[in-house]
Write a protein that binds this ligand. Structure first.
Ligand code: FAD
Ligand code: FES
Ligand code: FES
Length: 483
């Protein structure tokens, strides 16, 4: 990867000052799952990356009338938030099918929006929920309605140096139903088309209808004409057929590697119809939006901080080109001077000779480079080495016990034919480890979701899923015996 400097400011003003210093030649980085891929593809050549990860003002999920989500909240945390699951299901459904677990463990909601991809999965749900975006720059704060944020592919209304501080979503009235759906080439891939619907019902009549679609125009679209056709009506098969036809007229898709223009147009109508159907069931089935409290929440203001390990003082990184990072590697404290443009994958393989992890795609697609950072599986090819300062990193070598005893997951892969050429295996095993640390008895579906960011071109997935399932049984059995 081309050389760049890397800075980790602790607050917003430090971030703005750094941006000013680089006169437009620096870029903010959140999870890096878009920025680093584009740098690798030579599509971006910043002189410096300014990491937003240490800025506490961008963190946290807060319920205080509105739901407010910090720009740096991880997609993983949104996916697991019970309040979002129950009160804002369209957002929860979107995040669950966005990319793969390794990406969701580092990617942020702010990054998903500021990226400004027409297919950004968080955009349609936030549009139908009429979210507001809180932006802050050197000259102050402002608020922009979600519908006015996107200006074109890769373009937003963000002014130079501005940061998305948070996103706020108003409470949904009673009898609201909402839903998100997506069609991709495979599950958890970028959308060919995605869509969200929000309906407020009064008896059998739709009082409010909001619809949005993505990946069918230069920006995610609100479907105003279609909404008007539905409002004040009873939603039945006849109306839905008309909706489907009108959606096809409203969208302006293009053909690209993912799909043809014709397919996108056709499928947009079908997807919007199905999304309305699901939102309608939600509105009939539950009184969404009546409770602002999430299960287990204390009354009043509730803030959920994600894990944040305070990094030790590790030498001034003034140049931004190198620094000494201190971290725990496979149970041992280590300190290593690393270069700003080197990924964790580079550092682990070349400095620590931990060659179990592999470089497959280098783009977050294949999972061959998966390691655990603070217990979460991440793609080390998309992790800047500077970011592991103060954290704990585990590679497949770290699973081996005393007397070189293999871990039960490793044993199970061998015993159940989960390995052929072995290239994907260390990454598969690390994703399995992350799963079994959280869930000691996963079903096949949960195992498949957990390894959806790991590709295998040899064995097929049946033996791999079996290997993980049997490892879980074995681990449960031995922990039962020990107890
Ligand atoms: C394998 C793979 C699969 C993917 N699948 C999907 C998918 O299914 N759906 C989908 O929507 N996306 C997908 N993506 C794209 C990407 O992962 C997501 O858009 C992700 O949410 C980006 O978040 P990030 O924190 O990593 O952003 P980054 O890469 O860190 O940043 C993205 C852009 O936003 C800017 N930025 C980030 N945060 C802020 C902020 N708070 N204020 C101002 N500017 C900011 C950065 O400067 C940069 O220009 C995928 C990516 C990969 C690698
Ligand atoms: S995901 Fe990192 S090498 Fe493929
Ligand atoms: S065993 Fe060869 S790629 Fe999976």
């Amino acid at each position: 990867m081309k050389r760049f400097r890397y800075f980790q400011p602790e607050d917003l003003s430090e971030a703005f000052n750094l941006m000013e210093e680089f006169q437009g030649k620096a870029r903010y980085i959140a999870g890096g799952t878009d920025v680093l891929v584009r740098i690798r593809q030579k599509d971006l050549r910043p002189e410096a990356l300014i990491s937003l990860r240490r800025i506490e003002a961008l963190d946290g999920i807060e319920v205080n009338g509105n739901l407010t989500i910090g720009g740096m909240v991880l997609l993983r945390d949104l996916e697991r938030d019970e309040g979002i699951y129950s009160d804002y299901p369209a957002l929860s459904q979107a995040v669950r099918v966005l990319a793969n677990p390794q990406v969701r463990n580092v990617a942020t909601i702010g990054g998903n929006l500021c990226n400004a991809a027409p297919s950004a999965d968080c955009a349609p749900p936030l549009m139908v929920m009429e979210a507001e975006l809180h932006l802050e720059g050197p000259s102050g704060r402002r608020t922009v309605p979600m519908g006015e944020f996107f200006k074109g592919p890769g373009e937003t209304c963000l002014k130079p140096f501005e940061i998305m501080r948070s996103i706020s979503i108003p409470p949904a009235p009673p009898r609201t139903g909402m839903a998100f759906k997506k069609i991709g080439r495979v599950t958890q891939d970028l959308a060919i088309v995605n869509a969200a619907a929000l309906l407020v019902m009064e008896g059998s009549v739709c009082r409010t209808c909001r619809l949005a679609v993505g990946a069918v125009a230069p920006v995610p679209l609100r479907l105003g004409r279609v909404e008007q056709m539905i409002e004040g009506e009873e939603i039945g098969p006849e109306l839905l057929r008309e909706v489907e036809m009108m959606v096809r007229e409203e969208v302006k898709p293009i053909s690209d590697v993912r799909s043809s223009e014709e397919y996108r147009r056709e499928v947009a109508g079908v997807l919007v119809r199905r999304t309305i159907g699901q939102a309608l069931s939600g509105a009939r089935g539950r009184r969404q939006g009546t409770s602002r409290k999430r299960p287990g929440a204390s009354p009043g203001k509730e803030v959920k901080e994600r894990d944040r390990v305070k990094a030790p003082e590790s030498g001034a990184p003034e140049s931004g080109f190198r620094r000494t990072v201190h971290f725990v590697l496979n149970g041992h404290e280590v300190a290593e001077e690393v270069e700003s443009h080197k990924t964790l994958l580079d550092t682990l393989r070349s400095r620590f000779q931990l060659t179990g992890i592999k470089e497959g795609c280098g783009h977050g697609e294949c999972g061959a480079c998966t390691v655990l950072v603070d217990g979460k599986n991440v793609d080390s090819c998309l992790c800047p080495s500077f970011e592991v300062d103060g954290k704990s990193v585990t590679t497949v070598e770290g699973l081996i016990g005393e007397g070189n005893k293999l871990h039960p997951i490793q044993e199970s892969f061998i015993a159940n034919g989960g390995v052929q050429c072995g290239f994907c295996t260390p990454g598969m095993i690390m994703s399995a480890k992350a799963l079994l640390d959280e869930n000691e008895d996963p079903g096949d579906e949960e195992i498949r979701r957990a390894i959806s960011g790991n590709l295998c071109r040899c064995t097929g997935y049946v033996q791999i899923v079996e290997s993980i399932g049997r490892a879980a049984q074995e681990m449960k059995r031995t922990s039962g015996e020990e107890a």
